[in-house]
Design a protein around this ligand. Structure first.
Ligand code: MEV
Length: 311
């Protein structure tokens, strides 16, 4: 039996979620502790069987909420010029779904990679991005592309729309705690809520969005200088603007306060918001442990310590 595996890691947006949709720059990190693994095998018969935490059964009966995944498999097989028959596709993921950690992009990337390996074909970056972008449109409507770029990158990225990606210099290691609120956020709805407000009061929204872009630039400088106070100060300001845009919520605000009170330099939501995760910048791993404990006490479903190395 032939078996092939495709993998993709999670992502963390440090700064620039939402404003990136309007063309402002953002900084994101690969979050390699959690990932999606797709295993492709050949099986008897002529059906494609899906095995995933959310659905098990034939591809044709895939539920509507997994439409993007179904479409991604069909499109990838088309590009591979393969008949869609006799395959077992298992999707396993340690990335919690709908928490702003890029699970949908990671699933699509791992799927495309797994299928290309299975059919022994070379996968170019542009092929991968085209297939994943299509899948992401099902999940998010008008994705900026930052999720798929980060989930397929080994290094931190500076990202602007039209897939402009630059290297981000990290002058010293930075430590973070990521906390999952345990609540599913709806990125699609959060992006739409800002769009709706923008249509009514463009100046107000534009102001926050432009400021978030400026903060991203200052965070980039702080990262290069290894200056955690500067980075932290800007991250805290970003949280204020995300709250003004209406994508934070009382639960996330509570976790942000908890992290700061427990000694974090800064804390903000990460990803689409309205549920999902926060990240907290801490001076060192010991403090990180203290902050993580406090976040669990305050009701976080789980936490991760994350260090971005000098690069
Ligand atoms: C989602 O991870 C990030 C958002 O900025 C949406 C996007 O960029 O597509 C909220």
């Amino acid at each position: 039996q032939k078996v092939a595996v495709g993998r993709a890691h999670s992502k963390l947006i440090l700064i620039g979620e939402h404003s990136v949709v309007y063309g402002q720059p953002a900084i994101a990190f690969p979050f390699k502790q959690i990932e999606v693994k797709v295993t492709v095998k050949n099986i008897e018969g002529n059906a494609i069987q899906i095995e995933s935490p959310f659905y098990q059964g034939p591809l044709e009966q895939i539920p509507e909420k997994m439409e993007g995944i179904g479409d991604c498999i069909i499109q990838t097989l088309k590009v591979l010029e393969q008949r869609s028959s006799g395959l077992h596709i298992q999707i396993a993921s340690s990335i919690p779904i709908g928490r702003g950690l890029g699970s949908s992009a990671a699933i699509a990337i791992a799927l495309v990679r797994g299928l290309f390996v299975f059919f022994n074909q070379e996968l170019s970056d542009s092929q991968l991005m085209a297939l994943v972008e299509r899948a992401e449109k099902f999940a998010h409507g008008t994705p900026s592309g930052i999720d798929m770029m980060t989930a397929s990158s080994a290094n931190p990225i500076w990202f602007q729309k039209q897939h402009v990606v630059e290297h981000v210099k990290i002058g010293a290691p930075f430590h973070f705690v990521v906390a999952d609120s345990g609540r599913v956020g709806d990125t699609y709805a959060a992006v739409k809520s800002i769009r709706d407000k923008y249509e009514i009061k463009p100046e107000k929204i534009e102001e926050s969005i432009t400021l978030l872009g400026k903060l991203a630039l200052e965070v980039r400088q702080g990262l290069a200088a290894g200056d955690s106070q500067q980075v932290g100060d800007k991250l805290n300001q970003a949280q204020q603007h995300l709250a003004l845009l209406g994508v934070s919520d009382p639960g996330l605000d509570g976790l942000v306060d908890t992290a700061r009170t427990a000694g974090a330099i800064a804390a903000k939501l990460t990803g689409g918001g309205r549920g999902g995760c926060i990240l907290a910048l801490v001076e060192n791993e010991q403090l990180g442990k203290k902050v993580a404990d406090a976040l669990i006490q305050a009701g976080a479903a789980q936490t991760w310590q994350y260090t971005i190395a000098k690069c």
